[in-house]
Design a protein around this ligand. Structure first.
Ligand SMILES: [Mg+2]
Length: 384
């Protein structure tokens, strides 16, 4: 059995709202919402003051303002968030190079074996929280556990300004009383299916027989049972040394709309391509992950003749994989993911000789600089 790991999940509380307050203390205590104010604007971040009204990220702003008419809405300041995000990640990297950035305000840290250097995990976590408070005027919540999965749940449970440790061996008993929706990946539809089997809590899911579970949940059943037991062996992967880079999204509604699915593939491919270029790598393979409405999940790979780091190639290959997958089974799609694998150094690459790959690479790098300057999705996608 592998040695126990120590994983931190660090997540800033109501990041965009807290960032605005860090530069304008008059906003402290105000029912603040960050997001788009236009006709189709959505909530990017709801301060804790407005959450009791039921206001959440991604809700239409018009609805949020009906729920809380005296809320103060700010359009958002991408440069400020980016600056604070960079400073936040720099604080984390003081303690380990093994920082996996998940979004502007959220990261995993692999702290396994750092006790001799930095002291006990709880002390390090307290230090991090204190530095974030003092230097950035923000609060963070930290979960400490033997896996990414349980660390993430623990930080979310203790928000805001919380900290909690789940020791090795306690994962299953910690999760057991929680409703199934607390497990990342279980949305309303999956919860409904589990409910039909009488499963309300993660403890009930953790001890359910795989056979009967498959009738509702399909191929993912064994993995679901494992996760409900807190079993998750995924590594904390930093972009610099990652063997793969991926991004995925679960839709609010299952979709068969091909235009929408293609657009999602393009968005995910750009995100992945950008991280690939930032890591200074090329990739050999593209992967597509697709989850149908019944929770069946497929992963498809393709390896083009030459390596690449441009968005267009990733979009092209991922779209072809989507074509092939939907030809086999055209059912509503719940989740799409795009990834690149088999990362290599660009210097030795045949791709330099392939003009379409080189052009794609140069064009994508130019777009990266434009996105760096003007922001890619200032308020369209918000952290929790
Ligand atoms: Mg957050």
């Amino acid at each position: 059995m592998a040695a126990d790991r120590t994983v931190f999940h660090v997540d800033i509380d109501a990041f965009f709202a807290a960032a605005e307050r860090s530069v304008d203390p008059d906003l402290i205590g105000v029912p603040l919402i960050i997001g788009g104010t236009g006709g189709r604007g959505v909530v990017a971040c709801a301060s804790y003051e407005v959450r009791p009204y039921g206001i959440r990220s991604a809700m239409p702003m018009s609805r949020a303002l009906r729920l809380c008419p005296n809320a103060v809405v700010i359009g958002g300041n991408h440069d400020l968030y980016r600056k604070l995000s960079g400073e936040f990640m720099a604080i984390l990297r003081n303690y380990t190079p093994d920082v996996q950035v998940m979004s502007v305000d959220e990261a995993y840290m692999d702290m396994t074996g750092t006790e001799k250097l930095h002291g006990p995990a709880e002390k390090v976590a307290s230090d991090i929280k204190e530095r974030v408070r003092r230097e950035l005027k923000l609060t963070a919540s930290i979960g400490i556990a033997p896996s990414r999965l349980v660390a993430k749940i623990a930080s979310a449970e203790r928000k805001p300004d919380g900290m909690f440790t789940v020791p090795p061996g306690d994962e299953a008993s910690y999760l057991a009383p929680m409703p199934v929706r607390k497990l990342p990946g279980i949305g309303p539809r999956a919860a409904e299916k589990l409910g039909r089997l009488g499963i309300q809590t993660l403890g009930q899911l953790a001890t359910f027989k795989e056979g009967p579970l498959r009738r509702e949940m399909g191929n993912q059943s064994l993995r679901l049972i494992e996760r409900a037991n807190g079993i998750d062996n995924s590594e904390v992967a930093t972009d610099g040394e990652a063997k793969s880079i991926s991004a995925e999204t679960t839709f609010p509604e299952d979709s068969t709309d091909r235009v929408f699915l293609d657009k999602t593939i393009a968005n995910l491919a750009e995100k992945v391509g950008r991280r690939l270029r930032r890591a200074g790598k090329h990739a050999r393979s593209v992967t597509l992950k697709l989850r149908y409405d019944d929770f069946t999940t497929l992963t498809r790979h393709n390896t083009p003749p030459v390596s690449f780091d441009g968005d267009a190639r990733i979009v092209e290959v991922a779209t072809a994989l989507l074509d092939a997958t939907l030809r086999q089974r055209n059912a509503p799609v719940r989740l799409l993911g795009v990834g690149v694998e088999n990362l290599t150094e660009p210097a030795s690459q045949l791709s330099l000789l392939d003009s379409s790959v080189a052009t794609d690479s140069a064009l994508s790098s130019t777009l990266d600089r434009i996105r760096d300057r003007f922001g890619e999705d200032a308020v369209s996608r918000g952290p929790g």
